[in-house]
Write a protein that binds this ligand. Structure first.
Ligand SMILES: NC(=O)C[C@H](N)C(=O)O
Length: 495
Protein backbone atom coordinates (compact mmCIF):
# COMPACT_ATOMS: atom_id res chain seq x y z
CA UNK A 1 0.00 0.00 0.00
CA UNK A 2 2.65 2.55 1.00
CA UNK A 3 4.38 2.71 -2.40
CA UNK A 4 0.98 3.03 -4.08
CA UNK A 5 0.22 6.01 -1.88
CA UNK A 6 3.21 7.91 -3.25
CA UNK A 7 1.72 7.59 -6.74
CA UNK A 8 -1.24 9.71 -5.67
CA UNK A 9 -1.70 13.38 -6.35
CA UNK A 10 -3.15 16.16 -4.20
CA UNK A 11 -6.82 15.56 -5.11
CA UNK A 12 -6.50 11.78 -4.69
CA UNK A 13 -4.93 12.12 -1.26
CA UNK A 14 -7.39 14.75 -0.06
CA UNK A 15 -10.34 12.62 -1.23
CA UNK A 16 -8.90 9.33 0.05
CA UNK A 17 -8.21 10.76 3.52
CA UNK A 18 -11.69 12.32 3.63
CA UNK A 19 -13.48 9.09 2.68
CA UNK A 20 -11.32 6.92 4.92
CA UNK A 21 -9.56 4.89 2.18
CA UNK A 22 -6.33 5.54 4.11
CA UNK A 23 -5.18 7.77 6.94
CA UNK A 24 -3.16 10.96 6.66
CA UNK A 25 -0.55 9.23 8.82
CA UNK A 26 -0.12 6.41 6.28
CA UNK A 27 0.36 8.97 3.54
CA UNK A 28 2.91 10.97 5.52
CA UNK A 29 4.84 7.81 6.41
CA UNK A 30 4.93 6.68 2.78
CA UNK A 31 6.29 10.01 1.52
CA UNK A 32 8.72 10.37 4.44
CA UNK A 33 10.19 7.00 3.40
CA UNK A 34 10.51 8.10 -0.24
CA UNK A 35 12.27 11.31 0.78
CA UNK A 36 14.66 9.47 3.09
CA UNK A 37 15.58 7.03 0.31
CA UNK A 38 16.22 9.63 -2.38
CA UNK A 39 19.28 11.48 -1.06
CA UNK A 40 21.02 11.01 -4.44
CA UNK A 41 18.69 13.54 -6.04
CA UNK A 42 19.73 16.28 -3.60
CA UNK A 43 16.20 17.68 -3.68
CA UNK A 44 15.91 18.47 0.05
CA UNK A 45 18.13 20.71 2.17
CA UNK A 46 16.32 19.78 5.39
CA UNK A 47 13.94 16.87 5.95
CA UNK A 48 11.14 17.34 8.47
CA UNK A 49 9.42 13.95 8.76
CA UNK A 50 8.15 14.86 12.24
CA UNK A 51 6.35 17.92 10.84
CA UNK A 52 4.62 15.80 8.20
CA UNK A 53 3.52 13.31 10.88
CA UNK A 54 2.34 16.07 13.22
CA UNK A 55 0.13 17.64 10.53
CA UNK A 56 -1.19 14.19 9.58
CA UNK A 57 -2.08 13.40 13.19
CA UNK A 58 -4.05 16.65 13.41
CA UNK A 59 -5.97 15.78 10.23
CA UNK A 60 -6.72 12.22 11.35
CA UNK A 61 -7.93 13.53 14.71
CA UNK A 62 -10.10 16.18 13.05
CA UNK A 63 -11.66 13.52 10.82
CA UNK A 64 -12.29 11.25 13.79
CA UNK A 65 -14.08 14.17 15.50
CA UNK A 66 -16.25 14.75 12.46
CA UNK A 67 -14.75 18.18 11.80
CA UNK A 68 -14.73 19.75 8.34
CA UNK A 69 -11.39 19.08 6.69
CA UNK A 70 -9.33 21.68 4.83
CA UNK A 71 -8.74 21.69 1.07
CA UNK A 72 -5.25 20.18 1.47
CA UNK A 73 -6.07 17.93 4.43
CA UNK A 74 -3.60 15.08 4.69
CA UNK A 75 -1.43 16.21 1.78
CA UNK A 76 2.28 16.30 2.63
CA UNK A 77 4.23 18.77 0.51
CA UNK A 78 7.74 20.02 -0.09
CA UNK A 79 8.47 23.67 0.76
CA UNK A 80 10.96 25.63 -1.33
CA UNK A 81 13.66 26.92 0.99
CA UNK A 82 12.79 30.51 0.09
CA UNK A 83 9.70 30.43 2.36
CA UNK A 84 10.35 31.28 5.99
CA UNK A 85 9.17 28.48 8.23
CA UNK A 86 8.82 29.02 11.95
CA UNK A 87 11.46 27.04 13.81
CA UNK A 88 12.85 25.37 10.67
CA UNK A 89 16.06 26.56 9.02
CA UNK A 90 15.48 28.75 5.97
CA UNK A 91 18.53 29.44 3.82
CA UNK A 92 17.47 30.37 0.25
CA UNK A 93 20.18 27.74 -0.49
CA UNK A 94 22.85 30.25 0.56
CA UNK A 95 25.79 30.08 2.94
CA UNK A 96 25.01 33.55 4.30
CA UNK A 97 21.66 32.31 5.68
CA UNK A 98 22.98 28.95 6.84
CA UNK A 99 21.66 28.34 10.33
CA UNK A 100 18.97 31.05 10.07
CA UNK A 101 15.88 29.80 11.89
CA UNK A 102 12.92 32.17 11.41
CA UNK A 103 10.61 32.89 14.30
CA UNK A 104 7.68 33.39 11.98
CA UNK A 105 5.89 31.65 9.14
CA UNK A 106 5.46 33.03 5.62
CA UNK A 107 1.86 33.84 4.76
CA UNK A 108 1.80 31.31 1.91
CA UNK A 109 3.11 28.44 4.03
CA UNK A 110 0.79 29.41 6.90
CA UNK A 111 -2.14 29.31 4.45
CA UNK A 112 -1.11 25.80 3.37
CA UNK A 113 -0.82 24.50 6.94
CA UNK A 114 -4.23 26.01 7.71
CA UNK A 115 -5.65 24.08 4.75
CA UNK A 116 -4.34 20.85 6.30
CA UNK A 117 -1.08 20.29 4.39
CA UNK A 118 2.02 18.99 6.15
CA UNK A 119 5.70 19.66 5.50
CA UNK A 120 8.08 16.92 4.33
CA UNK A 121 11.05 19.28 4.31
CA UNK A 122 12.72 22.33 2.80
CA UNK A 123 13.57 21.99 -0.86
CA UNK A 124 16.86 22.80 -2.51
CA UNK A 125 16.92 25.61 -5.07
CA UNK A 126 19.24 27.99 -6.86
CA UNK A 127 20.84 30.35 -4.36
CA UNK A 128 18.46 33.27 -3.67
CA UNK A 129 16.44 31.93 -6.65
CA UNK A 130 19.14 33.05 -9.09
CA UNK A 131 19.65 30.41 -11.74
CA UNK A 132 17.94 28.05 -14.15
CA UNK A 133 19.70 24.78 -13.34
CA UNK A 134 19.86 24.47 -9.54
CA UNK A 135 23.64 24.54 -9.69
CA UNK A 136 24.07 27.80 -7.76
CA UNK A 137 22.85 26.23 -4.50
CA UNK A 138 25.38 26.33 -1.65
CA UNK A 139 24.13 22.84 -0.74
CA UNK A 140 25.04 21.29 -4.09
CA UNK A 141 23.10 20.78 -7.29
CA UNK A 142 19.80 18.96 -7.59
CA UNK A 143 19.59 16.14 -10.10
CA UNK A 144 16.60 15.53 -12.29
CA UNK A 145 15.11 12.04 -11.94
CA UNK A 146 15.02 12.03 -15.77
CA UNK A 147 17.86 10.78 -17.92
CA UNK A 148 18.32 10.67 -21.67
CA UNK A 149 17.43 7.29 -23.12
CA UNK A 150 20.47 5.03 -22.78
CA UNK A 151 22.54 7.53 -20.76
CA UNK A 152 23.59 7.89 -17.12
CA UNK A 153 24.54 11.56 -17.34
CA UNK A 154 23.00 13.64 -14.55
CA UNK A 155 20.62 16.25 -15.92
CA UNK A 156 19.35 19.50 -14.42
CA UNK A 157 15.79 19.65 -13.02
CA UNK A 158 15.80 23.36 -13.98
CA UNK A 159 15.78 26.26 -11.59
CA UNK A 160 15.41 28.03 -9.47
CA UNK A 161 12.68 25.74 -8.10
CA UNK A 162 14.69 22.64 -9.05
CA UNK A 163 14.30 20.84 -5.74
CA UNK A 164 10.53 21.27 -6.18
CA UNK A 165 10.42 19.95 -9.75
CA UNK A 166 12.78 17.06 -9.06
CA UNK A 167 10.90 15.98 -5.92
CA UNK A 168 7.50 16.12 -7.61
CA UNK A 169 8.70 14.29 -10.75
CA UNK A 170 10.36 11.59 -8.58
CA UNK A 171 7.21 11.12 -6.42
CA UNK A 172 8.96 12.33 -3.26
CA UNK A 173 5.98 14.61 -2.74
CA UNK A 174 2.67 15.02 -4.55
CA UNK A 175 3.22 18.78 -4.85
CA UNK A 176 5.63 21.48 -3.82
CA UNK A 177 5.77 25.23 -3.53
CA UNK A 178 7.86 27.19 -5.99
CA UNK A 179 8.54 30.83 -6.71
CA UNK A 180 8.84 32.46 -10.10
CA UNK A 181 10.65 35.72 -10.72
CA UNK A 182 11.49 35.13 -14.37
CA UNK A 183 10.54 31.52 -15.03
CA UNK A 184 11.54 29.70 -11.85
CA UNK A 185 8.30 27.70 -11.59
CA UNK A 186 7.59 27.19 -15.28
CA UNK A 187 11.05 26.25 -16.58
CA UNK A 188 11.72 23.53 -13.96
CA UNK A 189 8.18 22.19 -14.41
CA UNK A 190 8.62 22.08 -18.20
CA UNK A 191 11.84 20.09 -18.22
CA UNK A 192 10.75 17.57 -15.58
CA UNK A 193 7.35 16.71 -17.07
CA UNK A 194 5.46 18.37 -14.20
CA UNK A 195 2.90 21.18 -14.10
CA UNK A 196 3.55 24.57 -12.53
CA UNK A 197 1.62 27.82 -12.42
CA UNK A 198 2.76 31.34 -11.66
CA UNK A 199 -0.34 33.37 -10.77
CA UNK A 200 -0.95 37.06 -11.47
CA UNK A 201 1.55 39.22 -9.57
CA UNK A 202 0.02 39.93 -6.17
CA UNK A 203 -2.16 36.79 -5.86
CA UNK A 204 0.18 35.13 -3.37
CA UNK A 205 1.62 37.14 -0.53
CA UNK A 206 5.36 37.77 -0.60
CA UNK A 207 5.42 38.19 3.18
CA UNK A 208 8.00 35.86 4.67
CA UNK A 209 9.40 34.87 1.29
CA UNK A 210 13.11 35.71 1.02
CA UNK A 211 13.13 38.60 -1.46
CA UNK A 212 14.95 38.46 -4.80
CA UNK A 213 13.28 41.00 -7.16
CA UNK A 214 10.21 42.25 -5.35
CA UNK A 215 8.34 43.64 -8.36
CA UNK A 216 8.51 40.20 -10.02
CA UNK A 217 8.59 37.53 -7.27
CA UNK A 218 5.47 35.33 -7.16
CA UNK A 219 4.78 32.05 -5.40
CA UNK A 220 2.94 29.15 -7.01
CA UNK A 221 2.66 25.36 -6.97
CA UNK A 222 4.42 22.60 -8.90
CA UNK A 223 2.41 19.36 -9.04
CA UNK A 224 1.62 16.53 -11.45
CA UNK A 225 -1.72 17.75 -12.75
CA UNK A 226 -3.64 20.91 -13.50
CA UNK A 227 -6.29 20.01 -10.92
CA UNK A 228 -3.65 19.59 -8.22
CA UNK A 229 -2.18 22.98 -9.12
CA UNK A 230 -5.65 24.57 -8.94
CA UNK A 231 -6.28 23.11 -5.47
CA UNK A 232 -2.90 24.14 -4.11
CA UNK A 233 -2.91 27.64 -5.62
CA UNK A 234 -6.34 28.23 -4.12
CA UNK A 235 -4.90 27.37 -0.71
CA UNK A 236 -1.78 29.53 -1.19
CA UNK A 237 -3.39 32.69 -2.59
CA UNK A 238 -5.26 35.49 -0.86
CA UNK A 239 -5.06 39.10 0.23
CA UNK A 240 -2.47 39.84 2.87
CA UNK A 241 -2.25 43.30 4.46
CA UNK A 242 1.38 42.53 5.34
CA UNK A 243 2.37 42.65 1.65
CA UNK A 244 1.85 46.11 0.11
CA UNK A 245 1.55 44.60 -3.39
CA UNK A 246 -0.93 41.90 -2.38
CA UNK A 247 -4.12 41.87 -4.48
CA UNK A 248 -7.19 42.78 -2.47
CA UNK A 249 -9.47 40.45 -4.43
CA UNK A 250 -11.30 37.28 -3.44
CA UNK A 251 -9.63 34.02 -4.47
CA UNK A 252 -11.82 32.30 -7.07
CA UNK A 253 -12.73 28.63 -6.70
CA UNK A 254 -10.34 27.48 -9.40
CA UNK A 255 -10.83 23.76 -8.87
CA UNK A 256 -14.63 24.01 -9.07
CA UNK A 257 -14.25 26.19 -12.18
CA UNK A 258 -12.14 23.68 -14.13
CA UNK A 259 -13.45 22.93 -17.63
CA UNK A 260 -11.61 21.62 -20.66
CA UNK A 261 -14.20 22.99 -23.08
CA UNK A 262 -12.55 25.92 -24.85
CA UNK A 263 -15.42 26.78 -27.20
CA UNK A 264 -15.39 30.49 -27.98
CA UNK A 265 -11.81 30.98 -26.76
CA UNK A 266 -9.16 32.45 -29.01
CA UNK A 267 -5.58 31.30 -28.50
CA UNK A 268 -2.85 33.61 -29.77
CA UNK A 269 0.38 32.27 -31.25
CA UNK A 270 3.04 34.97 -30.94
CA UNK A 271 5.18 35.05 -34.08
CA UNK A 272 8.16 36.58 -32.24
CA UNK A 273 8.53 33.37 -30.18
CA UNK A 274 9.71 31.53 -33.31
CA UNK A 275 13.34 32.20 -32.59
CA UNK A 276 16.30 31.15 -34.70
CA UNK A 277 17.86 27.95 -33.51
CA UNK A 278 14.83 26.65 -31.61
CA UNK A 279 15.08 22.84 -31.85
CA UNK A 280 12.56 21.07 -34.08
CA UNK A 281 11.32 19.02 -31.10
CA UNK A 282 10.20 22.21 -29.39
CA UNK A 283 8.46 23.47 -32.53
CA UNK A 284 6.75 20.09 -32.97
CA UNK A 285 5.43 20.14 -29.42
CA UNK A 286 4.13 23.69 -29.98
CA UNK A 287 2.26 22.42 -33.08
CA UNK A 288 0.78 19.57 -31.08
CA UNK A 289 -0.35 22.05 -28.44
CA UNK A 290 -2.16 24.13 -31.05
CA UNK A 291 -3.93 21.05 -32.34
CA UNK A 292 -5.03 19.94 -28.86
CA UNK A 293 -6.44 23.39 -28.10
CA UNK A 294 -8.26 23.44 -31.43
CA UNK A 295 -9.70 20.00 -30.70
CA UNK A 296 -10.96 21.41 -27.39
CA UNK A 297 -12.96 24.02 -29.29
CA UNK A 298 -10.57 26.98 -29.37
CA UNK A 299 -9.74 29.12 -32.35
CA UNK A 300 -6.04 29.63 -33.09
CA UNK A 301 -4.96 33.13 -34.18
CA UNK A 302 -1.57 34.61 -35.07
CA UNK A 303 -0.55 37.54 -32.91
CA UNK A 304 2.44 39.80 -32.53
CA UNK A 305 4.32 40.73 -29.34
CA UNK A 306 6.82 43.06 -30.99
CA UNK A 307 9.06 43.85 -28.01
CA UNK A 308 9.69 40.22 -27.04
CA UNK A 309 13.38 40.29 -27.92
CA UNK A 310 14.03 43.13 -25.46
CA UNK A 311 12.34 41.37 -22.53
CA UNK A 312 15.25 39.16 -21.42
CA UNK A 313 17.87 41.95 -21.48
CA UNK A 314 15.46 44.22 -19.56
CA UNK A 315 14.84 41.46 -16.99
CA UNK A 316 18.59 41.07 -16.46
CA UNK A 317 18.78 44.75 -15.52
CA UNK A 318 15.62 45.06 -13.43
CA UNK A 319 15.98 41.79 -11.48
CA UNK A 320 19.66 42.37 -10.52
CA UNK A 321 18.88 46.01 -9.64
CA UNK A 322 16.17 44.94 -7.21
CA UNK A 323 18.35 42.09 -5.94
CA UNK A 324 21.26 44.41 -5.18
CA UNK A 325 18.94 46.46 -3.01
CA UNK A 326 17.17 43.51 -1.35
CA UNK A 327 20.39 41.64 -0.59
CA UNK A 328 21.98 44.68 1.06
CA UNK A 329 20.37 43.49 4.29
CA UNK A 330 22.79 40.55 4.59
CA UNK A 331 25.54 42.36 6.43
CA UNK A 332 26.63 39.95 9.13
CA UNK A 333 24.78 41.98 11.77
CA UNK A 334 21.24 40.68 11.64
CA UNK A 335 21.08 37.31 9.92
CA UNK A 336 23.02 34.09 9.55
CA UNK A 337 26.72 34.16 8.80
CA UNK A 338 29.12 36.67 10.38
CA UNK A 339 32.75 36.78 9.37
CA UNK A 340 34.63 39.03 11.79
CA UNK A 341 38.36 38.89 11.09
CA UNK A 342 40.65 39.62 14.07
CA UNK A 343 40.82 43.32 14.83
CA UNK A 344 38.46 44.13 11.97
CA UNK A 345 36.09 47.09 11.85
CA UNK A 346 32.47 47.16 10.74
CA UNK A 347 33.25 47.68 7.04
CA UNK A 348 35.70 44.76 7.09
CA UNK A 349 33.02 42.58 8.64
CA UNK A 350 30.49 43.50 5.96
CA UNK A 351 33.00 42.77 3.21
CA UNK A 352 34.28 39.51 4.69
CA UNK A 353 30.76 38.24 5.45
CA UNK A 354 29.44 39.02 1.98
CA UNK A 355 32.56 37.71 0.26
CA UNK A 356 32.24 34.41 2.07
CA UNK A 357 28.47 34.21 2.25
CA UNK A 358 27.36 34.79 -1.34
CA UNK A 359 28.01 32.48 -4.29
CA UNK A 360 29.39 33.63 -7.65
CA UNK A 361 26.04 34.06 -9.43
CA UNK A 362 24.64 36.10 -6.55
CA UNK A 363 27.74 38.32 -6.55
CA UNK A 364 27.45 38.72 -10.33
CA UNK A 365 23.88 39.96 -9.96
CA UNK A 366 24.70 42.28 -7.05
CA UNK A 367 27.52 43.82 -9.11
CA UNK A 368 25.32 44.23 -12.20
CA UNK A 369 22.49 45.65 -10.11
CA UNK A 370 24.72 48.10 -8.27
CA UNK A 371 26.23 49.24 -11.57
CA UNK A 372 22.91 49.84 -13.36
CA UNK A 373 21.58 51.80 -10.39
CA UNK A 374 24.72 53.94 -9.95
CA UNK A 375 24.40 57.67 -10.58
CA UNK A 376 26.10 57.83 -13.97
CA UNK A 377 24.36 54.78 -15.45
CA UNK A 378 20.85 54.82 -13.99
CA UNK A 379 19.30 56.59 -16.98
CA UNK A 380 21.17 54.53 -19.54
CA UNK A 381 20.27 51.14 -18.07
CA UNK A 382 17.68 51.02 -15.31
CA UNK A 383 15.37 53.69 -16.74
CA UNK A 384 15.60 52.20 -20.21
CA UNK A 385 14.81 48.74 -18.87
CA UNK A 386 11.74 50.11 -17.08
CA UNK A 387 10.53 51.63 -20.34
CA UNK A 388 10.99 48.29 -22.08
CA UNK A 389 9.02 46.65 -19.30
CA UNK A 390 6.14 49.01 -20.06
CA UNK A 391 6.38 48.22 -23.78
CA UNK A 392 6.35 44.47 -23.12
CA UNK A 393 3.27 44.86 -20.89
CA UNK A 394 1.61 47.00 -23.58
CA UNK A 395 2.30 44.29 -26.21
CA UNK A 396 0.22 41.90 -24.12
CA UNK A 397 -2.55 44.46 -23.56
CA UNK A 398 -2.81 44.94 -27.31
CA UNK A 399 -2.78 41.19 -27.90
CA UNK A 400 -5.81 40.75 -25.60
CA UNK A 401 -7.86 42.61 -28.22
CA UNK A 402 -7.30 39.60 -30.49
CA UNK A 403 -7.08 36.60 -28.17
CA UNK A 404 -7.94 35.29 -24.70
CA UNK A 405 -4.80 33.28 -24.03
CA UNK A 406 -1.35 32.85 -25.53
CA UNK A 407 0.33 29.51 -26.28
CA UNK A 408 4.11 29.19 -26.54
CA UNK A 409 6.82 26.73 -25.60
CA UNK A 410 7.91 27.13 -21.98
CA UNK A 411 11.62 26.71 -22.74
CA UNK A 412 13.84 26.79 -25.83
CA UNK A 413 15.41 23.42 -24.90
CA UNK A 414 14.95 20.25 -22.88
CA UNK A 415 16.96 19.42 -19.74
CA UNK A 416 20.73 19.73 -20.18
CA UNK A 417 23.60 18.03 -18.36
CA UNK A 418 24.73 19.37 -15.00
CA UNK A 419 27.81 21.51 -15.59
CA UNK A 420 27.07 21.95 -19.29
CA UNK A 421 26.03 25.62 -19.18
CA UNK A 422 27.73 26.73 -16.00
CA UNK A 423 30.61 28.51 -17.71
CA UNK A 424 28.31 30.60 -19.88
CA UNK A 425 25.87 32.75 -17.86
CA UNK A 426 24.29 34.24 -20.97
CA UNK A 427 23.43 30.80 -22.37
CA UNK A 428 21.97 29.97 -18.95
CA UNK A 429 19.84 33.15 -18.95
CA UNK A 430 18.39 32.16 -22.36
CA UNK A 431 16.55 29.27 -20.69
CA UNK A 432 13.95 31.81 -19.61
CA UNK A 433 13.58 33.64 -22.90
CA UNK A 434 9.94 32.50 -23.30
CA UNK A 435 9.08 32.80 -19.61
CA UNK A 436 10.32 36.30 -18.80
CA UNK A 437 7.85 38.43 -20.83
CA UNK A 438 4.87 37.22 -18.74
CA UNK A 439 6.88 37.94 -15.58
CA UNK A 440 7.62 41.52 -16.62
CA UNK A 441 3.92 42.00 -17.36
CA UNK A 442 2.81 40.31 -14.10
CA UNK A 443 0.56 37.86 -15.97
CA UNK A 444 -0.59 34.38 -14.91
CA UNK A 445 1.14 31.58 -16.81
CA UNK A 446 1.20 27.80 -16.57
CA UNK A 447 3.54 25.15 -17.92
CA UNK A 448 2.02 21.76 -18.72
CA UNK A 449 3.72 18.71 -20.25
CA UNK A 450 3.93 18.92 -24.02
CA UNK A 451 5.37 15.48 -24.76
CA UNK A 452 8.87 14.03 -24.97
CA UNK A 453 11.70 14.99 -27.29
CA UNK A 454 13.72 12.51 -29.38
CA UNK A 455 15.97 11.81 -26.35
CA UNK A 456 12.94 10.83 -24.28
CA UNK A 457 13.04 14.02 -22.22
CA UNK A 458 9.99 16.13 -21.27
CA UNK A 459 9.11 19.43 -22.93
CA UNK A 460 6.67 22.01 -21.60
CA UNK A 461 3.92 24.09 -23.17
CA UNK A 462 3.16 27.48 -21.69
CA UNK A 463 -0.17 29.29 -21.56
CA UNK A 464 -0.22 32.96 -20.61
CA UNK A 465 -3.45 34.69 -19.60
CA UNK A 466 -4.90 38.11 -18.93
CA UNK A 467 -4.42 39.61 -15.47
CA UNK A 468 -6.45 37.61 -12.87
CA UNK A 469 -7.45 34.94 -15.43
CA UNK A 470 -5.82 31.99 -13.70
CA UNK A 471 -9.02 30.09 -14.50
CA UNK A 472 -8.55 30.53 -18.24
CA UNK A 473 -4.94 29.45 -17.98
CA UNK A 474 -5.81 26.40 -15.89
CA UNK A 475 -8.67 25.39 -18.20
CA UNK A 476 -6.54 25.56 -21.34
CA UNK A 477 -3.83 23.65 -19.46
CA UNK A 478 -6.43 21.01 -18.60
CA UNK A 479 -7.49 20.75 -22.26
CA UNK A 480 -3.88 20.06 -23.23
CA UNK A 481 -3.40 17.63 -20.33
CA UNK A 482 -6.47 15.61 -21.31
CA UNK A 483 -5.53 15.35 -24.97
CA UNK A 484 -1.85 14.85 -24.36
CA UNK A 485 -2.39 11.97 -21.93
CA UNK A 486 1.17 12.39 -20.64
CA UNK A 487 1.98 9.31 -18.58
CA UNK A 488 5.73 9.09 -19.15
CA UNK A 489 7.80 8.99 -15.96
CA UNK A 490 11.45 8.67 -15.08
CA UNK A 491 12.78 5.24 -14.23
CA UNK A 492 13.73 5.00 -10.56
CA UNK A 493 17.55 4.92 -10.24
CA UNK A 494 17.97 6.97 -7.06
CA UNK A 495 16.44 4.73 -4.43
N1 LIG B 1 14.34 33.30 -10.43
C1 LIG B 1 13.85 32.99 -11.59
O1 LIG B 1 12.67 33.13 -11.84
C2 LIG B 1 14.75 32.31 -12.55
C3 LIG B 1 15.64 33.04 -13.44
N2 LIG B 1 16.29 31.99 -14.14
C4 LIG B 1 16.67 33.86 -12.72
O2 LIG B 1 17.74 33.37 -12.53
O3 LIG B 1 16.47 34.99 -12.38
Amino acid sequence: MSSELTELGVADIRDGVADGSFTAREVAEAFNAQVAAAKDLGAFIVETPEKALEAAAAVDAARANGETLGSMAGVPIGMKDLFCTDGVQTTAASHILEGFVPQYESTVSANLWRAGAGMLGKLNMDQFAMGSSNETSYFGPVKSPWRKAGSNTALTPGGSSGGSSSAVAARLCPAATGTDTGGSIRQPAAITGTTGIKPTYGRCSRWGVVAFASSLDQAGPIARSVRDCAIMLEAMAGFDPKDATSLDMPVPQWEAGLSADLSGKKIGIPREYRMDGTPQDILDSWERGKKWLKDAGAEIVDISLPHTKYALPAYYIIAPAEASSNLARYDGVRYGLRDLPDGAGLQDMYAATREEGFGDEVKRRILIGTYVLSAGFYDAYYNQAQKIRTLVARDFEQAWAECDLILAPTTPNAAFGLGEMQADPLAMYLNDVFAVPASLAGLPAISVPGGLNSDGLPLGLQLVGKPFDEQGVLNAGLAIEQRNGFTARPETWWA
